[in-house]
Design a protein around this ligand. Sequence first.
Ligand code: G3P
Ligand code: CA
Length: 267
Amino acid sequence: GAQRQADDAPGGPLVIAHRGASAYAPENTLAAVDEARVMGFTWVENDVQRTRDGQLVVMHDESLARTTDVEQRFPGRSPWKVKDFTAAEIARLDAGSWFGSRWAGARVPTLAQYLDRVERNGQNLLLEIKKPELYPGIEGDTLRVLGERGWLDRHHVAERLVVQSFGADTVRAVHDRRPDVVTGFLGTPKVSELPAYARFTDQINPSHTTIDAAYVAAVHRLKGAHGWPLQVSTWTVNDAAAARRVAGYGVDAIITNKPDVVQEATG
Ligand code: G3P
Ligand code: CA
């Protein structure tokens, strides 16, 4: 199943580039995906939300303000929420200049554009459905786009895709609709609650600040939705000391803005 190669890979956890290689290129853009590829990283993480006209785009914050020039382009539209803008409006925004002038002109990708780039690069995707409570039905929308772009065939679901969310109902909905898709729950459920999660998810993906070796061992003792041991992908680990600490706990994957630093510390 997807990410299981982490178990077999020599020298430490799988390293996943968070929002792309987001310490080195503007987060959640195609440039950040490409930067991860150039650095040699095969897994990227992203965040998916929905526009006013029902298109899926890749953006972390509920508002477009931090990572685009939306305030200058649409001064009257505070607080500049993704859900209040059309896909055509969002497509005109500059999502690179805030990060550095060499990134000027980077765009907010649609999910379809993003999937096509990850595919072209030969990379794999940890897709986060962000703020699902704001977007009723986004689980079905996401699966539809994944299917349209060829990401729900046997090869992709077996090896190349994980869908995660902080919303347990969202993870369960994805699992119920497409039981073949590997899923992850973002959070740190109590150990006593893990068996309930294990019915619909394959991964428990906690903040690195919330875990210890005993917690990781407790997760690993259970079998997840696909019948293999529940995995742990922890976030967001951006320094060598923290990376060594969570690697010592036996996590399966580390989600990081600085994949080079984490690989160097744990590889
Ligand atoms: O992939 C896990 C991590 O991205 C969850 O937090 O806020 O960065 O989406 P956030
Ligand atoms: Ca995320």
